[in-house]
Design a protein around this ligand. Structure first.
Ligand code: CA
Length: 385
């Protein structure tokens, strides 16, 4: 079996109601989807990053991949990494491009063997994966009625945890907003906050201490992603467990935060970290250090499927006779913000029940991409053959 051609689709969709976070307001959703076709007609789908990663795929990788057996995933992964490492380009868009190709190769390996990705990874440790709702972004005229209604809707839907944003308002106003959510959902639901790197260390410590009596389960990306010293300051200066790592690419960027124990929880993203292959390496390193892996997720059904499959295979952290989500078991992010791409791109959208999603069982990613929908969302299509 040989790789015959590689196509990329930059996709976009407007959304009905914009939402805000510490880095701005979003009125569109989008991403980059990769399709690899083999000479015997098997198609693999990948996802990761955005516009610039498509250039890396076509300008750097395609000539090195076309004609190769796609089932040699390790060989091709290291080939891609090698091509970028001399210019220190394996982070950022380079990592996104590797992720795209890697996920598509795993999809092909699964379809060629009739096995799901979790089966290819040695099988699931758990049949269903615990998820929490990501939502509660800033919205126009939200406080408090719309905000509280959204929080209550997640409890009614069966979620045991949810995450909101901080860093977009003043510290006192954000604290007031988080307190309104906690008061509405009661103390038995896990509540997390995410600053998306909005603070310096002393402001992160300030808000962490002000949120301390609201039973916040983790404080996500309080400071710049690579600032290990600032993470250590935040960990020491306030009582909420610190999470992060969603934008770190590859084992070398992740090594620095893990080795210094700069995080309590690490959140690798399969679309950015280097695909399924590298995600496993990061997860193993973290587990050996007693750092919980709670995967980041923000994309189409391609990455949702890949992330559920991966999460189903993660080791407990640590072992227990009665492993529980948030304590020993991983919990996966489950984006609840508006995204037509997430809902329409695949034959079946993933849904949670009682705070869990089922592990995909079909060959490869176990999803069918609706190519007419892909075409509708596509704003730029490129082919290498
Ligand atoms: Ca985040």
């Amino acid at each position: 079996m040989k790789i015959e051609n590689i196509e990329t689709f930059i996709i976009e969709s407007p959304i009905d109601e914009p939402f805000g976070w510490s880095m701005g307001w979003t009125n569109r959703r989008g991403g980059l989807v990769t399709k690899i076709t083999t000479d015997d007609g098997i198609v693999g789908w990948g996802e990761g990053g955005g516009h610039p990663s498509a250039s890396v795929i076509h300008d750097y990788f395609s000539h090195a991949l076309i004609g190769e057996d796609p089932r040699n995933i390790n060989k091709l992964w290291h080939k891609m990494f090698y091509m970028l490492h001399n210019n220190n380009a394996t982070g950022g868009f380079g990592g996104d491009a590797i992720s795209n190709i890697d996920i598509a190769l795993w999809d092909i390996a699964g379809k060629a063997s009739g096995r799901s990705i979790s089966e290819l990874l040695g099988g699931s440790v758990r049949d269903k994966v615990s998820v929490y709702a990501t939502g509660l972004y800033y919205r126009e005229d939200e406080f408090p009625t719309k905000l509280i209604a959204e929080a209550e809707s997640y409890v009614e839907a069966g979620y045991k945890g949810m995450k909101t944003k901080v860093g977009g308002l003043s510290v006192p106003d954000d604290v007031k907003r988080v307190k309104a959510i906690r008061d509405a959902i009661g103390d038995d639901i896990y509540l997390m906050v995410d600053a998306n790197k909005a603070y310096n260390a002393y402001t992160a410590i300030d808000i962490g201490n002000r949120l301390a009596d609201l039973n916040i389960h983790w404080f996500e990306e309080p400071v710049l992603a690579n600032d290990v010293e600032a993470y250590l300051e935040v960990k020491a200066g306030q009582p909420i467990p610190v999470a992060g790592g969603e934008v770190l690419r590859g084992r070398f960027e992740n090594r620095d935060v893990l080795a210094r124990r700069a995080l309590d929880i690490i959140q690798p993203d399969v679309n950015l970290v280097g695909g399924i292959s590298e995600f496993r390496n990061i997860a193993t390193m973290a587990n050996a250090m007693g750092i919980q892996v709670n995967p980041h997720l923000w994309g189409s059904p391609i990455m949702i499927s890949a992330t559920i499959s991966l999460t189903s295979t993660l080791a407990p952290c640590p072992y227990s006779h009665t492993p529980r989500p948030y304590e020993q078991e991983p919990v996966m992010e489950f984006d609840q913000t508006p995204n037509p791409i997430r809902n329409e791109l695949a034959s079946e959208a993933f849904e949670q029940r009682g705070g869990f999603v089922e592990v995909p069982k079909g060959p490869g990613l176990g999803i069918e991409i609706d190519e007419s929908v892909l075409k509708r969302f596509c704003v730029r299509h490129c082919t290498s053959k």
